[in-house]
Design a protein around this ligand. Structure first.
Ligand code: ATP
Length: 480
């Protein structure tokens, strides 16, 4: 990707590649658009975020359990859920460049170039037209504002059309029949809805209760730009909270508050987040908002959706499967189809948010010499590596002491051992991958069993007893 001047995001993307966080998929074949692989550091970071979400939901809430449903589901699931008919984005093609745009993205990009009042007015007009599914009106809005294609520079547009975002494939080795079509799930939520009764009955769950899941989802995104923000294969962390009808407003507020609190524990300050309330509600929702993060270069963009989904999904599955999906409420002494509040966060987008927040280029120059560093200031519980163990030299038994410390710490958290290069260079490499603590073993260690503990963010160093290292790191990386 060509580097735009002063683009912090481009710097982050380059850094991610250089230090083994994220690679383009199939890079040696020139890549596959909007599909990415996580390298050795990225996989650790992603797993830490995933585990932290999972434990926050399942371990810290007695009434939320986790499941792991299959990616393939019965095709009728997607008819019942509305995805076959409604999972569309309005799109428009430029006839000169042949480039396809999502209509809302095209208009939003234009609005961002206008002054604030004009931009807001354009967005509110767009939202009203989108809410009314008024495609002719949207086309008119594009024409009236003289919106042009980035590539051709012309406003020679096709009509606006709907484009279904689901990938499909055939099930069975010889199948070509339409009936054998299966979809790669575009969201994990439906795996939870179709298992609602299985979990409720076998887990003897009482309303209110939640079911959580982390897993892959697939969307044939029209405009697949933006690194791991918008991918065609990505991971979601979703939780469906089943509640008594009529209580949805209070639970919706409860989950908005609970989720924003969680976000702040990622080491990201409150002012970097924003709630965006939806004007156009999805076909299943009676209230919905996004938690947005203030990304470098882009500003506020969605990371998580919180949706009050009514009884839409369970009622539709009841209708299509002809199986009862009701709950018997012993307090009310009646059966009902529960309502649902959903929290749905993209794992990859969260990785990108955490990376964006953590990335810092620092000028450390003094009167004597020029110096700088790139540091990833991850919250310690999310950092891929928690502790680097660095013997000052390869001699005099220092590596033996260092390896003993590695053996002591390894079962408790991810450590990294290195004896090559100067200590200064080794610190810089650890800064670049966000390791919060480095311990140097030197000759004094042999005499008094103390080590130098170096802190990533302040770069301060302190002398601490060797046998306190493990507990000190454990204390700092505590999640709850
Ligand atoms: P957007 O408006 O950005 O397309 P959405 O409103 O369609 O997102 P949801 O269907 O609410 O997204 O999905 C829940 C979460 O899943 C989103 O908040 C986002 O974090 C994540 N997500 C959705 N689509 C993608 C994608 N293509 N790549 C990465 N993450 C995604």
């Amino acid at each position: 990707m060509a580097k735009e001047p002063n683009s912090k995001l481009q710097d982050i993307i380059s850094h991610c590649k250089e230090y083994g966080f994220v690679f383009q998929s199939s890079e040696i074949y020139d890549g596959l658009q909007a599909v990415y692989d996580y390298g050795q550091m990225g996989a650790e970071l992603k797993k830490n975020i995933k585990d932290y979400w999972w434990y926050s939901m399942t371990r810290m809430h007695d009434n939320i359990v986790g499941i792991d449903a299959a990616i393939f589901m019965h095709p009728t699931v997607w008819k019942a859920s509305g995805h076959v008919d409604n999972f569309n984005d309005p799109m428009i093609d430029n006839r000169d460049s042949k480039k396809r745009y999502r209509v809302d993205h095209l208009i939003e990009a234009h609005a961002a170039m206008l002054d604030e009042a004009a931009g807001k007015e354009l967005i509110s007009k767009m939202e009203a037209l989108l809410a009314a599914d008024d495609f002719a009106g949207l086309k008119q809005l594009i024409d009236d504002n003289g919106i042009k294609c980035d590539i051709s520079g012309t406003g020679y547009w096709t009509d606006i059309r709907q484009f279904n975002l689901m990938f499909d494939t055939q099930m069975g080795s010889t199948s070509t029949e339409e009936d054998d079509k299966v979809y790669l799930r575009p969201e994990t939520a439906q795996g939870i809805f179709v298992n609602f009764l299985n979990v409720q009955k076998t887990g003897r769950m009482k309303i209110p209760f939640g079911i959580a899941q982390v897993g892959k989802a697939f969307r044939n995104e029209i405009v697949a730009r933006g690194f791991i923000f918008r991918m065609r294969e990505f991971e979601q962390m979703e939780m469906q909270y089943f509640i008594k009808p009529g209580t949805q407003k209070e639970w919706y507020e409860y989950w908005k508050e609970t989720r924003i609190k969680w976000h702040k524990t990622l080491g990201i300050p409150a002012e970097q987040y924003n709630f965006h309330n939806h004007v156009k509600l999805a076909h299943y929702a009676d209230a919905a908002c996004d938690i947005e993060y203030n990304f470098p270069d882009w500003g506020f963009k969605e990371v998580e959706g919180i949706h009050s989904r009514t009884d839409f999904d369970l009622s539709r599955h009841q209708e299509y499967s002809k199986k009862k999906l009701t709950y018997f409420d012993t307090e009310e002494n009646k059966h009902y189809v529960p309502y649902v509040i959903e929290t749905s966060i993209g794992l990859d987008r969260t990785v990108m948010m955490v990376l964006s927040e953590a990335y810092e280029e620092q000028d450390l120059s003094t009167a004597e010499k020029q110096d700088s560093r790139v540091v990833l200031k991850f919250a310690p519980h999310l950092a891929p590596i928690k502790l680097a163990v660095l013997p000052l030299t390869k001699k005099d038994g220092l590596p033996d002491v260092a390896k003993q410390l590695m053996d002591e710490c390894r079962p408790h958290f991810k450590c990294f051992y290195e004896e090559k290069d100067t200590i200064g260079k080794r610190y810089r490499r650890q800064d670049a991958i966000g390791t919060p603590f480095c311990v140097t073993i030197d000759h004094q260690t042999l005499e008094d069993k103390t080590v130098t503990m170096r802190h990533r963010d302040s770069m301060e160093q302190e002398r601490i007893p060797l046998d306190k290292v493990k507990d000190m790191v454990l204390e700092k990386i505590k999640q709850f």
